[in-house]
Design a protein around this ligand. Sequence first.
Ligand SMILES: [Fe+2]
Ligand SMILES: [Fe+2]
Length: 176
Amino acid sequence: MILLRSVVSPAHGVGEPRMTLTTRTQEINEHMNILERIKSDHETQRDLMRRIEDTEGDSEKRRELYQQFKAEFEAHAAAEEHAFYAPLMKHSESTDQSRHSVAEHHEAMELIEKLDETDMSSPEWLKTFKKLVHDNDHHMEEEEDDVFALARQTLGESKLAELLEVFDDRKSEEMA
Ligand SMILES: [Fe+2]
Ligand SMILES: [Fe+2]
């Protein structure tokens, strides 16, 4: 609030707006929370899934993008369960939704296992991958539309900001 006022205030000298903008950027970063990180991870997953759908057969491109997607998906799910669903689970209002989301992670992992065991050039592989895309799109949408609202109510803004680091640390460990 104070920062916004100082940006629009006509009382400031010529040299000051630049300093204020820098301060505002820092302020925004300080307020970044786990929800924003989850959303940006989802964008990465959506992008990778679309790019994989555009590949054909057992190609180097498909292999490379699929491995990237798999690593990203698994690390995201592990970090989400550790930093997001574990604390959400403790609140009775969000216990059922958390269990539902974690169950969906397991279902997706099963599809990933099936993909790993299927010949990449077969129609079966693409059929299974399309099911994973469909289910995962639905899962991420539900998280963004329903779980985020629930998390804001039960955990609150300062806890959500605090959990960003917990999420990032766990995800880095998983990706290492
Ligand atoms: Fe999830
Ligand atoms: Fe997610």
